[in-house]
Design a protein around this ligand. Structure first.
Ligand code: FES
Length: 93
């Protein structure tokens, strides 16, 4: 096992889980939100300090799209396609 301290300031995880018979975040196109934020971080040269990653189920499936920001441990739910900028600002501030 190897342990390293990363230089990241914040890490945003957005659920992309798809459940066959229940509400879930993947079918609400959470992946495109991740891609938009990822592109923006790279364009603005912030990729070494801030990250966005897809995650499995975070818990509040019926209120998805769900996300969490570390290290603050902020749970964000009911994310819609127009919330990408808000999420981005939450991540980098
Ligand atoms: S499927 Fe996204 S929070 Fe459960």
């Amino acid at each position: 096992m190897n342990i390293e301290k990363r230089p990241l300031k914040k890490h945003l995880f957005i659920c992309t889980n798809t459940r066959e018979f229940k509400d879930s975040c993947g079918p609400k196109d959470s992946l495109s939100i991740i891609q938009s934020i990822k592109d923006r971080l790279r364009e603005e040269g912030l990729w070494d300090e801030y990250r966005v990653t897809s995650s499995g189920c975070l818990g509040p499936c019926a209120r998805g799209i769900s996300a969490i920001i570390f290290p603050e441990n902020l749970m964000i739910t009911e994310i819609g396609p127009n919330d990408t900028e808000k999420l981005y600002q939450l991540l980098i501030t």
